[in-house]
Design a protein. Structure first.
Length: 448
């Protein structure tokens, strides 16, 4: 039986229950990266899909990390869509958690565990939905490619990057959906749903200072350590120039729907000459100013310092590493120019590694469909395009031409803040929010 997409085939309760069940099982598997150990999670998903009549493939990276790819055939009316979920998680210190991070405890209406929102929930929903489509004989217009990958938290090398480089035909798609959007953000009494349309580029940089070495008993005025310390201090305390770009669309959309005075403050933020004043003086919550600052400019954070080896020897060389991030429309060379202007002539910069930003226009039928699907399930919800300051598997999928959006639907109440849970202690997912997400993703895929 072939049925075209229509919202009347709503997500059955048993599919929502299956997503809960898969998530519970996945959360009990410790996939902290490093080392990742994604094998048992891949096996679990492969079993679920195989029992549901799909034919998952497990593709193992050169370092032995398994990745799962499964394809549900669509009618072929439109090109394929890839649904990506990384199975690895960041570390969790059990001493800081209310419930153990790998026990999948159910309490206070939530399922607790590392990966509950980042992003085993996507893997659980995707597996349940693909099996649900198969059981109901539903065929979306697009092939749905489900990729459950390793190693995202350590840079994607053994996961999405491996699939893109070694198995491009298995993961090539017109669009890719992944993390970085679709969750509720409560702001100014409204419910927003940021959907990632762009993510910043990465540019890791080494700063090097050199100077005369000498004995520590006779201080030198301009040693390598002093030059480096001054440059790092300047780089860390200055905001790099503001640039308009995808973040402007996000801030403008937020301003459009926010109540006064937040709407006015947000509009001021779009004026580059007002940015610092707004962020430093007008933002009521400094914790909120930080993510806005990160999407309005290129940024660097000093993360590694290296100099000297003996207390009584003034070293001739000192170096620091900076985690740099570039806005869409900005290049590595642009960032280096900005850094040189701030740091002065006493240091030089070397690029350690770089990956360009990713940007997809929100002006597509698919993006409008995703927004409409969210609004259908939360009539007061306001979907808005969003620039992610971080890094996702979209970096890899986009290399094959996929247009990437962050769409991992999750309904959250005001007291559960996504930003606190993401890589934070007590990561958890409200079970009714997970069910909501499963229903939204079902409709989104069926009508894509
Ligand atoms: Zn993630």
């Amino acid at each position: 039986m072939t049925v075209t997409a229509a919202p009347r085939f709503t997500c059955p309760p048993e599919v929502q229950a299956a997503a809960r069940e898969h998530l519970r099982a996945l959360l009990r598997l410790d996939t902290t990266n490093p080392p990742g150990n994604e094998g048992p999670a891949v096996d679990l998903l492969a079993d679920v899909l195989r029992q549901g009549g799909l034919e998952p493939e497990v593709l193992v990276s050169p370092q032995g990390r398994p990745n799962l790819v499964a394809r549900l055939a669509g009618t072929g009316a439109r090109p394929p869509l890839l649904l990506g979920a990384h199975l690895d998680v960041v570390e969790a210190d059990p001493a800081r958690w209310t419930h153990p991070p790998f026990d999948a405890v159910e309490a206070d209406g939530c399922l607790w565990g590392r990966g509950a929102i980042d992003m085993k929930n996507m893997a659980a929903m995707a597996a349940a939905i693909l099996v649900g489509f198969k059981a109901a004989g539903l065929q979306p217009a697009r092939d749905i490619i489900f990729a459950a990958v390793a190693d995202e938290e350590a840079g994607c090398t053994e996961g999405s990057a491996f699939l893109v480089e070694r198995h491009p035909d298995k993961v090539r798609a017109e669009f890719a959906l992944g993390e970085g959007g679709g969750f509720t953000v409560h702001f100014g009494g409204r419910r927003f749903y940021p959907l990632m349309t762009a993510e910043k580029g990465l540019c890791w940089v080494r700063v090097v200072a050199e100077g005369q070495p000498g004995h520590g008993s006779m201080p030198l005025e301009r040693s390598a350590v002093q030059k480096l310390a001054r440059a790092v201090d300047r780089l860390a305390s200055v905001r790099l120039p503001a640039h308009s770009g995808p973040a402007s669309a996000f801030v403008r959309a937020l301003a459009e729907h926010a109540p006064l005075p937040a709407a006015l403050v947000l509009r001021l933020l779009l004026n580059p000459s007002m940015r610092d004043l707004v962020l430093d003086r007008l933002f009521p919550d400094p914790a909120l100013a930080r993510p806005f600052a990160a999407v309005l400019a290129n940024t660097v954070s000093p993360t590694v310092l290296r100099a000297g080896g003996k207390t009584n020897v003034i070293p001739g060389r000192a170096e620091a590493e900076l985690d740099g991030r570039t806005l869409p429309g900005q290049t590595t060379a642009d960032l280096l120019r900005e850094l040189e202007a701030v740091a002065g002539p006493d240091v030089r910069f070397e690029v350690i590694s770089a990956a360009p930003p990713v940007e997809t226009s929100p002006d597509t039928d698919l993006f409008r469909h995703l927004c409409a699907t969210i609004r259908r399930h939360d009539p007061e919800g306001i979907p808005i395009p969003y620039l992610c300051p971080g890094f996702t598997d979209a970096k890899s999928w986009s290399r094959l031409g996929a247009r990437c959006y962050g769409f991992l639907p999750l309904r959250l109440p005001p007291e559960v803040r996504y930003a606190d849970l993401f890589h934070g202690d007590d990561e958890r997912i409200p079970l009714d929010g997970l069910d909501w997400g499963t229903r939204v993703l079902w409709d989104a895929l069926l009508g894509a």
